[in-house]
Design a protein. Structure first.
Length: 242
C-alpha cells in the first residue's frame, strides 16, 4: 500500500478553539478501548477506573458505548451500532463469538474485564506501541500528522477518532435507573483518513476547523493494522484536545 506525502481531508465538523490551545499527547505506551453501556449495571466501576487512568500521559483512553443493552429499556445516549460492530470485529479477529461489557481492549491486541483493576494494570505494564505518531498544530489552523516508516511491516489504516472528554448522564430506566453516571473519553465518531506505508510512513494535514463536531472536544489519531477486514494490533497513536 502506498500513501502520498500530503493528504488534506475535509471532514464535516467544526472546532472553535485556536490551534495553540490544543493539548497534545504523542508518546503513549497503550491505547485503552473500553466497551461499555449506560444500560449495564456492571459497567460503572469500569467507567470509573477509566476516569482514573485518563490523566496518565502514557495512556490514551477511549469509551465506545455499545447498543445491545438498549432492549432492557434505556437507550444509551452515546451508543452506535458501529461501536458494537467494532467490538464484534475484535472478537472475530481473535476467533471468538463472545462480546461483553465492560470489555477493555489494550492496543487492539488483548482484552481484560474493564472493572478488574489488577488485570487492567497488568495488561498496561507489558504494553507498547512500536510507531511514533507526531502531531503539531500550526499557526494556520492545521494539524500536521507525521508517522514514521517501519520497513518490513505491512500497511495499516490511519484513523481519526473523536470524543467528549467528560460528561454525565442521568439514567431513567434499565439496570442503572435513578443513577447519574459520569463518563470520560466518550467516542463520538470514527473516520478513516488514509493508509500508512511502511517505507514512506504517513504525512497528513488536517484543518482544525473541520475536525470536531457538536460537543466533541478531542480526537485521537490511530494507526492500526488489519487482516482480512478485521482489526489487528494498534501500532501507534497520538491525541489532541481543545
Amino acid at each position: 500500500m502506498k500513501t502520498t506525502a500530503l493528504i488534506v481531508l475535509p471532514l464535516a465538523c467544526a472546532l472553535a478553539s485556536p490551534a495553540g490551545a490544543a493539548e497534545l499527547r504523542t508518546s503513549p505506551k497503550a491505547v485503552l478501548e473500553l466497551f461499555t453501556s449506560q444500560g449495564c449495571s456492571s459497567c460503572p466501576p469500569a467507567d470509573a477506573l477509566l476516569k482514573t487512568l485518563q490523566p496518565r500521559p502514557d495512556l490514551i483512553t477511549l469509551a465506545y458505548h455499545v447498543d445491545y443493552w438498549d432492549y432492557i429499556g434505556w437507550a444509551d445516549t452515546f451508543d452506535a451500532k458501529a461501536y458494537t460492530d467494532r467490538q464484534r470485529a475484535y472478537a472475530n479477529a481473535w476467533g471468538s463469538n463472545n462480546i461483553y461489557t465492560p470489555q477493555l481492549v489494550v492496543n487492539g491486541a488483548r482484552d481484560v474485564v474493564g472493572s478488574n483493576q489488577g488485570a487492567v494494570e497488568g495488561a498496561i505494564a507489558g504494553a507498547n506501541l512500536p510507531l511514533a505518531v507526531a502531531l503539531k498544530a500550526d499557526a494556520d489552523g492545521m494539524l500536521d500528522v507525521d508517522v514514521d516508516g517501519k520497513p518490513g511491516e505491512h500497511g495499516a489504516g490511519v484513523w481519526l477518532v473523536t470524543y467528549i472528554d467528560k460528561t454525565a448522564v442521568k439514567v431513567e430506566r434499565g439496570e442503572n435507573a435513578g443513577r447519574e453516571l459520569a463518563y470520560t473519553q466518550v467516542v463520538t465518531g470514527r473516520h478513516i483518513l488514509g493508509m500508512w506505508d511502511p517505507q514512506a510512513g504517513a504525512h497528513l494535514k488536517l484543518p482544525l476547523d473541520e475536525v470536531l463536531t457538536g460537543p466533541s472536544n478531542g480526537a485521537v489519531i490511530l494507526v492500526q493494522s488489519e487482516k482480512n477486514g478485521l482489526p489487528g494490533p494498534i501500532m501507534g497513536a497520538a491525541s489532541f484536545q481543545k
